[in-house]
Design a protein around this ligand. Structure first.
Ligand code: MOS
Length: 758
């Protein structure tokens, strides 16, 4: 009897293809039948941040070997035929049409495109394109530009709240009435997603009005819809293939300028076109996390019981595409119990490249501020940091008043403290010295919203060879989504994993869940379970109606499906044999619509991070030496992929805490260190073994009831909750708190570089 794969350590079903290089990423597709025809595009980008292009000289590029076309802004609309995007897709598409105006909105914007026979020829020729501008001084300072309220958060809640206990006049009065007050200001520069695979696209036109696009996309349906509008096509005439994706992290949520430009060039030339961004271009053409300033004020009793929490932020709003930064969202507005709560998010419009959500978009920076301030409160009150958090534990949300569908954060603290050996730490800074190294430990709390997303579908097909195909147009950013789809299909059907083929990453499949907001798994699993339930019902209907079935004329209710076999009237038959008997090659059904969120509860994943660092007394170099993270993420579907996601999240936190920042040059509006030589990300040597624990407590109120054995389907795979971002949230704060414990130096301006510690 097959054991359900749910919760086990399952190798990726596409792992071998990936490690052998056989998996085709966006820049690898060849369109074999048109391979000889393939042309290559390269973008030219602006060298001012604001103003107008007065002239672009393309003569040298056009005369360069192998060059087929040079498109330069403002390109006549007839040549590229790109149009505006409205409605649902507009929120996921860059708002300006590339190359159609002379306006420059940011440094590094696409202003010309060269298409040539080879990538090298295109790149060489692009270097020969020169532009002259009428430049204006760019808006680059969030402090100096006018501030505007951020408006609603990404989940629609207010980004400005002022909740006061009866009789309290203002948050300032609440703080003034507190025994202990901590006030701290935090800064961070621009950060980048830095996926391993640069953005790349191959556009192949099948007919003058029908195109196939190969590109990495986190929301395939929105991406294809945006492309259809951009290109002036019917939505069904754009097919997006996004099978293997080399990292999303938010940077592939948006239809940026590269994909429409490649497709438009391919149409105009009548040849397939591939466009791969350079690593430098990735820094300005595919989004970033906005730089921001935050102020957290905490008021508490002498015992550390919170009386007031205030969290204000000021971030950039790029004049083109922008993600609304509201870092108190799901951090200060959700984490601790407090009678007085004030959050406020302001933005300043800047001439800077478009920004986008980046892994834990609000929560990673917001938790750095809140969880650092909590550490400062622990020190101010003399209460242990873990005890302080338990003392202010929330059982209902401080902003909405609603309870959680499932919350085991207290267990995360206890399990983590035990595994890490927290009780042996000294609260006194600089207490542990070993040669040149100061050792310290710190902890922090992670929280991330688990939004229930609906309106998507999966299809399950049973085949007459006793295999099944599970299809849904979600995408696998490298998270293991493909394997998750296979696991949930195998579990729902009760058949071995090896007999299930997952199909994702193609918009011609049923509309799948977006790979955003740590919600892909908990949005997809119920769809697969429901489609399995429907296909089993259909199988029974065929069994009692079709010629050749031993159950023809029986009642469908008298049949029972279990582990790939139909039973009834003393007979048993696998679904494959039955399908063969009735002369069918296969039967398929989609999931039913519905699955609306359960009202009256809110959903978050939680975690607790414990960290040890050593800081060199002479050089200020910080090394993370130990890290334990305990996550409350509902039912775990694939323990191996889940662990990998949490480890990757913590590595993001190491980058956030110690390495990553891009400086916006105020005079020019240039993101000054836009190369991987200058923008540092953690490498293997920066990362210790990371100890990950998942509590594996199912959250049935997020994804529906658990199977109870009385149904045909689902042995209990429901109750999963997101885990893609929770490792990132607050891991930087745990590191910063450990650095304080090691050195006695509090750094509120990340990254914590050596100069700040000596
Ligand atoms: Mo995520 S930051 O929703 O890709």
């Amino acid at each position: 009897m097959p054991r359900s794969p749910v919760g086990r350590e399952i190798d990726r079903v596409d792992g071998r293809l990936k490690v052998t290089g056989a998996a085709e990423y966006s820049g690898d597709y060849r369109a074999p039948e048109r391979a000889a025809d393939l042309a290559h595009a390269h973008l030219v980008t602006s060298t001012i941040a604001r103003g107008t292009i007065t002239r672009i000289d393309t003569a040298a590029a056009l005369a360069s070997p192998g060059v087929l076309r040079v498109y330069a802004a403002p390109e006549p609309i007839e040549r590229l035929a790109l149009y505006g995007v409205t409605g649902q897709a507009a929120g996921f598409t860059e708002p300006y049409i590339p190359l159609q105006t002379a306006a420059v909105h940011f440094y590094g914007q696409a202003i010309a495109m060269v298409v040539a026979e080879t990538p090298e020829q295109a790149r060489d020729a692009a270097a020969l394109v020169t532009a002259t501008y009428a430049a204006e001084p760019p808006r680059t300072s969030i402090a100096d530009e006018p501030h505007v309220p951020a408006g609603p958060t990404i989940s629609g809640s207010p980004s400005s709240l002022n909740i006061l206990a009866p009789g309290v006049e203002s948050i300032d009065a609440a703080l003034a009435a507190s025994d202990v007050v901590v006030e701290a200001e935090f800064h961070q520069n621009v950060q980048h997603h830095v996926g391993m695979e640069p953005h790349a696209v191959l556009a192949v036109w099948e007919e003058p009005d029908r195109v196939t696009i190969y590109a990495g996309a986190q929301i395939p349906a929105a991406y294809a819809l945006g492309m259809a509008q951009r290109l002036g096509l019917l939505p069904q005439n754009v097919r997006l293939i996004t099978k293997y994706v080399g990292g999303g992290f938010g940077a592939r949520v948006v239809l940026w300028s590269d994909t429409p430009l490649a497709a438009a060039a391919a149409r105009e030339l009548g040849r397939p076109v591939r466009l791969v961004l350079t690593r430098e271009q990735m820094f300005t053409l595919t989004g970033h996390r906005s730089h921001l300033t935050q102020t957290v004020r905490l008021g508490a009793s002498r015992r550390g019981v919170l009386n007031a929490v205030s969290h204000r932020s000021l971030a950039e709003r790029p004049s083109t595409m922008s993600f609304t930064m509201t870092p108190a969202h799901s951090t200060s507005d959700a984490l601790y119990s407090t009678p007085n709560l004030h959050v406020d998010a302001q933005l300043a419009v800047l001439d800077i490249p478009g920004s986008r959500a980046m892994r834990g978009p609000n929560e990673a920076p917001g938790s750095f501020a809140l969880e650092t301030a909590m550490d400062e409160l622990a020190i101010a009150t003399g209460v242990d940091p873990v005890a302080l958090r338990l003392r202010n534990y929330a059982t209902t949300s401080p902003s909405s008043g609603l309870p959680w569908s499932s919350k085991h954060l207290d267990e995360c603290y206890r399990v983590g403290a035990e595994r890490f050996g927290w009780s042996t730490r000294s609260a006194t800074p600089r207490a542990r010295v070993d040669g040149q190294w100061l050792y310290g430990t710190g902890m922090a709390t992670a929280i991330y919203p688990a939004a229930r997303r609906t309106g998507f579908a999966a299809r399950v097909q049973l085949r007459n060879d006793d295999t099944a195909v599970v299809s849904t147009a979600t995408s696998d950013l490298g998270t293991g989504a493909t394997t998750m789809v296979a696991i949930s299909g195998a579990d729902a059907l009760g058949i071995p994993l090896a007999r299930v083929t997952p199909e994702i990453g193609d918009t011609y499949l049923p509309p799948g869940a977006p790979a955003v907001g740590s919600s892909g798994t908990h949005a997809t699993v119920p769809l697969v379970v429901d489609a399995a339930r429907n296909v089993i019902a259909e199988l029974k209907r065929l069994a009692v109606t079709r010629d050749g079935s031993p159950w023809q004329g029986a009642a469908a209710e008298d049949l029972r499906y279990e582990r790939g076999i139909l039973h009834g009237g003393g007979r048993s038959m696998t679904f494959g044999r039955l399908l063969t008997a009735i002369g069918s090659r296969g039967v398929d059904m989609e999931s039913s619509p519905g699955g609306d969120p359960i009202p009256g509860v809110i959903h978050h994943s939680f975690g607790a991070h414990f960290c040890e660092v050593r800081v060199n007394r002479f050089t200020g170099e910080t090394r993370v030496t130990r890290f334990t993270t305990v996550a409350d993420v509902g039912r775990v579907i694939n323990a191996k992929a889940a662990r990998s996601q949490l480890v990757g999240g913590v590595i993001f936190g190491i980058g956030h805490a110690l390495l990553e920042e891009n400086h916006l040059e105020l005079r020019t509006g240039r993101l000054a260190n836009s190369t991987l030589a200058d923008y540092l990300v953690p490498v293997n040597a920066d990362v210790p073994d990371i100890d990950v624990v998942m509590l594996d407590r199912p959250d049935p109120r997020l994804t529906g009831p658990l199977g109870d054995g009385s149904e045909d389907v689902g042995t209990g795979s429901l109750g999963a909750r997101g885990l893609g971002e929770i490792g990132t949230v607050a891991s930087a704060a745990a590191i910063g708190n450990a650095v304080y414990n090691a050195t006695g130096i509090r750094v509120r301006d990340v990254p914590i570089t050596p100069d700040k510690l000596i």
